[in-house]
Design a protein around this ligand. Structure first.
Ligand SMILES: CC(C)(COP(=O)(O)OP(=O)(O)OC[C@H]1O[C@@H](n2cnc3c(N)ncnc32)[C@H](O)[C@@H]1OP(=O)(O)O)[C@@H](O)C(=O)NCCC(=O)NCCS
Length: 223
């Protein structure tokens, strides 16, 4: 059962981060997951397999039923899903989950969204899920991912920290493991985030900054 936690933030435009629902899974999302240039970095996709709307809905359904894992979607102001962030091992005794991020549309990459998604999900984990530390692992070749985590406030861990997560390229393919402790995140302003609103787990409208105009459009567009 997933807690009803959501966040919204402003960074030139309005974005919402909330747990993904089955109905959010559409052709566009499945297209990102089937793109070999993207899925080579995603540990949840087996090489050579094809993700369908039905298989991804089943995958998300399993996550939503689990107490230990969750998956957030990142939505533009117009409701378009542009990214996801999976969280694993939320309830292990050390309360130190692992996260991964994906910005799907290629035209939305390189704009700072990945860094902001790392920041807001990590902020949610510390403020709403009371975790002690957050980890992420990535291939050494995944420079945008490594930079996004570092820019949000993560630091490189000792190389021998192992992910529990199986990965198609081997048991422990993560050349880089990064982590963040409470207090490690950069300030939202550093990333151009001018307002944050958190809703959930009894903490209502915990805000940072002032919200921008509600009718401002999305920065990411596919057309
Ligand atoms: C990794 C990912 C989430 C980064 O998201 P993004 O929105 O493109 O990243 P940002 O715009 O926040 O950029 C983060 C940093 O990477 C750099 N960067 C972005 N694209 C880059 C590229 N193609 N080559 C080199 N550096 C790049 C940015 O310049 C920025 O660094 P800087 O602040 O020093 O300039 C996105 O590329 C993605 O979804 N990739 C496919 C899935 C994936 O690899 N997920 C991570 C699994 S661990």
């Amino acid at each position: 059962m997933q807690p009803a936690v959501r966040a919204s933030f402003w960074a030139q435009a309005h974005y919402v981060v909330r747990p993904l629902e089955e109905d959010d899974i559409n052709e566009e999302y499945v297209g990102w997951l089937n793109d070999p240039q993207t899925n080579r970095y995603l540990s949840s996709i087996r090489p050579g397999s094809t993700v369908t709307i039905a298989s991804q809905r089943a995958y998300v359904r399993r996550i939503l039923r689990s107490a230990d894992n969750t998956i957030f979607g990142l939505f533009c102001a117009d409701g378009r899903l542009v990214g996801t962030s999976g969280v694993q091992n939320l309830n292990l005794p050390d309360r130190s989950p692992w996260i991964g991020v994906l910005i799907g549309p290629k035209e939305c990459r390189g704009l700072g969204l990945g860094t902001r998604l790392v920041w807001i999900v990590t902020h949610l984990l510390f403020s709403q899920f009371r975790v002690n530390k957050v980890y992420a692992g990535m291939l050494a070749s995944n420079v945008p991912s490594y930079k996004a985590f570092l820019k949000a406030g993560y630091r490189r861990e000792a190389a021998n920290k192992r992910s529990n997560e199986p990965h198609p390229e081997g048991e422990n393919p993560h050349a880089f493991v990064v982590s963040c402790s409470p207090g490690g995140l950069v300030t939202p302003e550093t990333l151009g985030i001018t307002a944050v609103r958190i809703l959930g787990n009894g903490t209502e409208n915990q805000g940072i900054g002032s919200e921008g105009p509600s009718d401002e459009g999305a920065v990411c567009r596919s057309d």
